[in-house]
Design a protein around this ligand. Structure first.
Ligand code: SF4
Ligand code: SF4
Length: 470
């Protein structure tokens, strides 16, 4: 959703009271200023003299007098008016009331995590799911019956108009329970054949790669399952974090899994890297290694969860440098794209997390939750798949989903976010991080805020440099 208005001629503004919007941010670098509106996502780069002129005209409420304007300023003023950077009485209130529509338009279940196994054969040091497991919660495996029921339920509640629809096999390590994966895949195909589940529903598996045999890879490939493998770099980086419970690094086993997958998938696999003390400095090089030496068509960077190991500004800088490398090879990176896409399209990005009214998590015992990060405590997992399915209850009828669905800077976080330059495109970060930091999902994911504001600054100047260089 865009916040925009049109203006055919700036002469039409003659005699109106206008001032700079409260949502306008001005960033300066050498002799250039970037004017950025945090809700319309309009951005204008002007030299310092133009900035002074604009301040003279609009700092404080002024009556607009067209004949005082030089020609070079006209285009800037038109752009600023159209993007609500200069406003009349009530315009800021109007934009602030319009913005939440972007969130409401975005709500709708489109993603299911099927947690077929809550156990894992690895004990990665930073695993946020493992870290939060309460001793009394059993790490069970999903039955085939539950897997089938989950697919059925998902097809019933899915927002059929959603742009992307996805089922993800997740864990622990999902390949510890291959029979449940196979049962779910059979059900997916059956529902796709009879039209109950749309054929464009993407099915994927996120794995640590250690159990990926050639026959498993072949089965997945033949059944249209996308594979994403977690890897943190070559052995020296990877083994420092991703290890077996006895402390032995998992790189050798992952490498074998990758080779098995590549025999079947070629380069059509994805890798996911978690930055941390073991690889942050080398992150751009690791991306290059994954693309050119290992071979893949997708790389992703997952932000570490609370507590952050590094200064978020440092992570943003390294992810930005990695993006520059990835881009060279014609690939995108989801973490950056989440900020860059709204910045370029000027469409508000209302939430950064599937738990905001977009997903269900089916735990291995059939309980249904909002966010996989809470599997270990079973908070927000108070519902049972069998019962919901039998009573035909949609998750959005339940308190948990309704509550989480407001967790956006445009709605429930508004009072903290109103003055932030990232208001219209940060999505509010992660409710799990906020919960562990503040005790409430409506607290702030402060590390994310610092990360995203740094990233936004880097990307704004990146766009400026790119425009300047043609
Ligand atoms: S970066 Fe943080 S403070 Fe800013 S809008 Fe997003 S959640 Fe709010
Ligand atoms: S709250 Fe955090 S961990 Fe949970 S789904 Fe959202 S982004 Fe992911």
């Amino acid at each position: 959703m865009k916040i925009r208005r049109s203006l055919s001629d700036i002469r039409n503004l003659e005699g109106t009271n206008l001032q700079l919007s409260q949502y306008l941010n001005i960033m300066e670098r050498e002799d250039v200023a970037c004017l950025f509106h945090s809700l319309s996502l309009g951005k204008l780069f002007v030299d310092k003299t133009t900035l002074q002129d604009l301040r003279r005209l609009f700092d404080g409420k002024r009556v607009f007098q067209n004949d005082l304007i030089d020609e070079p300023l006209r285009q800037s003023i038109k752009y600023m008016y159209e993007h609500f950077m200069i406003v009349g009485d009530g315009d800021d209130d109007l934009t602030s009331r319009m913005a939440p529509k972007a969130l409401y338009d975005d709500l709708g279940i489109r993603l299911m995590y099927l947690v077929v196994s809550e156990g894992c054969n690895l004990a990665c040091k930073y695993c946020f799911i493992e870290r939060n497991y309460e001793p009394q919660i059993k790490k069970t495996s999903m039955t085939e019956e539950t897997a089938e029921m989950a697919v059925n339920y998902f097809s019933d509640i899915l927002d059929r108009s959603a742009k992307s629809k996805q089922i993800i096999f997740y864990g622990g390590e999902p390949l510890l329970n291959f029979p449940a994966i196979q049962a779910a895949i059979r059900k997916i195909h059956q529902l796709q054949e009879n039209g109950s589940l749309q054929k464009d529903t993407v099915v994927s598996l996120l794995t640590n790669g250690t159990l990926l045999s050639e026959s498993v890879a072949r089965y997945l490939y033949e059944n249209g399952v996308e594979v994403g493998i977690s890897i943190d770099g070559p052995a020296k980086n990877h083994d420092a974090m991703r290890m077996y419970p006895d402390g032995k690094g998992s790189f050798a086993a992952v490498w074998e899994g990758i080779q098995n997958a590549k025999k079947i998938y070629g380069n059509s696999i994805g890798f996911s890297v978690v930055p941390g003390p073991h690889n942050l400095d080398e992150l751009p090089k690791i991306m290059e290694w994954l693309i050119t030496d290992v071979g893949c068509d997708k790389v992703g960077i997952s932000l570490p969860t609370h507590p952050f190991y590094f200064e978020p500004e440092q992570i943003a800088q390294k992810i930005f440098e990695s993006f520059m490398v990835i881009k060279k090879y014609g690939l995108g990176e989801d973490r950056i794209v989440r900020v860059l896409r709204p910045l370029i399209s000027e469409n508000i990005y209302p939430s950064d997390c599937g738990a905001i009214g977009g997903q269900i998590i089916v735990a291995s015992d059939g309980s249904l939750g909002v966010c996989h990060g809470f599997l270990g405590s079973r908070q927000f997992f108070g519902n049972n798949l069998a019962s919901l399915s039998e009573r035909k209850i949609h998750p959005m009828q339940l308190n948990e989903w309704q509550e989480w669905s407001t967790r956006s800077p445009l709605v429930a976080l508004k009072q903290h976010c109103q003055e932030c330059l990232a208001l219209g495109l940060c999505g509010g970060g992660c409710g799990l991080n906020a919960y562990y930091r503040t005790g409430s999902i409506f607290g702030m994911d402060e590390a994310f805020c610092r990360y995203v504001k740094t990233m936004l600054g880097l990307l704004l100047w990146y766009l400026y440099d790119k425009g300047k260089d043609g």
